[in-house]
Structure formats: structure tokens, C-alpha cells
Write a protein that binds this ligand. Sequence first.
Ligand code: PMP
Length: 430
Amino acid sequence: MNIGNLAYVNLLDWLCYFVFNTTLNNIINGKGKYMKISKRAQEVPASATIAVTARAKELKAQGVDVVGFGAGEPDFDTPEYIKQAAIEALKAGQTKYTAAAGIIQLKSAIADKLQKDNGLNYSPEQVIVNIGGKHSVYEAMQAILDPGDEVILPTPYWVTYPETIKLAGATAKIIQTDKSSGYKITPAQLEEAINEKTAMLLINSPNNPGGFTYTPDELKAIAKVLEKTNIYVISDEIYEKLIYGKTEFVSFASLSEDAYNRTLTLNGFSKAFSMTGWRLGYTAGPLDVIKAMGRLQSHMTSNPVTFGQYAAIAALGPPADEAIEKMRQEFERRGKYMAERLNSIDGVDCSEPTGAFYCFPDVSSHYGRNINGAKITGSMDFVKALLEQANVALVPGLPFGCDNNVRLSFACSLEQITKGLDRLQEWLSQ
Ligand code: PMP
């Protein structure tokens, strides 16, 4: 081999080594084109409320006395009888895999609950236990929707819905509601939004963030519009047990045989039983959809936590009514007080909540103002300035599709509510 060839081979070797090494380094250090993020993930934004929550935490860490109205979970502990059932299940060795869709005893207990409380006749096979209600929403959409489908989504909506619709490749068709209809969609609005691409309607009553509940007649009118179509309904009933005053709750699927056949009834343990950290939700509906969700679940997550499932059976047992009622009464007291106080503030318009644990006042008559140097143009500016200047943390209405409003959770003590509203009143009166 002549020296020229040797140099050539060595150069080639060196080049290969260089390219390989740089590539390896890039992979290890996550640089360059190997740092790939899917379009799907890129299109899901971080929650628009994160900045406010993070700032509230920062202020608290600096020793500032912040009053937080951001909580999306009950401030009560999980009732003791449910915790005990989990401990007993653990001690009995319930620590292994179960059927992906949940144990038959829990699915039966859920089917019994749906019969007793909601007049719904589901077999245990028509029930799937999911890893929280959020997972129920995600999985139901994955099981039903295809790219090109449209989902009718009334405002105000829970922030997760538009993202789960997007993740299923579908498009949200947003229906804007306002005060005049109590933030509920009318049959005429629904009729107008339907086209040949419409695959699903999302109904969430009692509503997060709106704190309102559809009446049985309002739901019947919606069900009637759907009768001529093949549109599925997701009825998110997770706040079912938290209703106030004379409010009547009715499951969408119980309205008629037609409604039953097209509805996925979503519910869970997070809100009524104060079990947000347990991650237990469920879906009941047409057998084929539930089976499809089961197939997805068997590859995505497998079963919900095994000993948690035993605790969930206990949760639905005889002590349930009393345990829920205690929390419900306390929420009712706080919600009434919060709404009264909010309404007494100039330029704040709030309906008394009929469900869930949120007030969702319209504060838009303060938009356009300059408060202590902060220009208020919408709900994001409003909550930012309030937090910085008066140390009260609210959630802006914008990510819920209603920029005129802000959300206040009453999952905190009456003392905190009083203190926070005193500050809000004083801040707005400047
Ligand atoms: N639906 C609505 C309307 C909610 O507000 C929430 C919780 N914020 C959920 C579903 C899901 O709750 P989880 O995943 O804790 O069961």
C-alpha cells in the first residue's frame, strides 16, 4: 500500500470516528437534530395558569402572605373509612396486576352506583376504571375520534378538553356562551354548530370553571337536537355530588334511550370523595367503546392501582352518603358567602354557584382601567396585577375560553375567603 493510500484510509477512519463520536455526544447530551420533540407534544402548550401559580408560590416562599383561590381540589382529607380499606387491601397482599380495565368487584360496585344514584342500567362490562377522570377523557377521545372529526366544546370549558381533542387529531368547535344564558349552550347554538364532521359533544355539568349546573329540561332540549344525528356525548359528571340549593342533578344518559346509546358517562372519586391523589376515575357507556378503551388502556397504563381499587369499592359503600354530605354542606356555605361578597363589589358580577366549588365572576367592567400603574386589558392582566399588588391568587378565565371572567375556588377555609375578598374589594376600589 503506498503512503498516499494509507493517508487516505486514515483520513476516512478519522472522519468516520469524528462523525460517530459527535453523533454519540449529541445523543448523550441531547443536542442538535437528535433533540426531537414530536409535533403532537409541541402543539400542547403548558397550562396558561402555570405562570400565575408559579409566581404565587415564589411570593409565598419569600414569606408573603398570599391568599390562594386557585385550588382545583377539595381541601378535606380522604375520609378515614376509605383510607382504612386501602390499608387492609395492602395488608391482604393486593399489590399485583389486575385486569387492565379494573377488578370486576369495583366495576360491579360502579354499575350499582350508576343504577342507584343515576337510574342508569350498565353491566360491569360496560364500565372501565381509569387512572383518574382526566385519563377517562383522554382515553374516550382516543377510542372514538379520528383526524378530521370535530368536537363541539361549549365555553367555559375545563382546560384539558381542547388539548385532549387535539391529541386525538380532532378539532374543537368552540361555542361561545355568556351571562345571558347562564354560560350554557342553547339548542339553537348546538344545532348551528353541527355539521357532517361533528363526532362528539362535550357536556360538563356541574361545571368547572363555571360553577353552574344544567337543569334536566335544558339537557333534554340538547338531547332532542342530537336525536337526528350520530354524535357521541361525553358527559363529565365528576362534580355530580357537589350541588347546592334546589339544584337537581341528572345524568345525560338517563334522559332517554337515545341519549343512553350515544353517551359516555364520566365520573370519578377525586371530587366527591376528596381522593385527587388516588387517581381513580371511570367511564360507562356503549360496550364497543368501553372495549376499545380497554384495549388502549391495556397498552397505555394497565390497571389502576390495585389497592386503590379496593379502597374505591369501600368508598362507594354505606358510609359514602354521610361522608359526602358533610363536605357538600361546607362547600355550600362557602360558595354562597363567596358569591354574595363578590356581587357586593363594584363591577363584579357573579351568579351563585349551583355546583362544583368555583365562582366565575365577570370582572370585565374593570378592563381598560389602570390600577396602580398596571393596565388591565383582560383576565391575564387582572390576575397578575391582583397577585402582585394585593397578594391574592385567582385563575384567569382566558384558558377556559372566557376572558371576561376569573375563577375563584372555594376549596379553602371561610377565613381565607373573607381575607382574600377583603383584599380584592379594596384593590378594585382604588
Ligand atoms: N373533569 C373536570 C371537569 C375536572 O375539573 C377534573 C379535575 N380538575 C377532572 C375531570 C379530572 O379529575 P381527576 O383526573 O382528578 O379524576
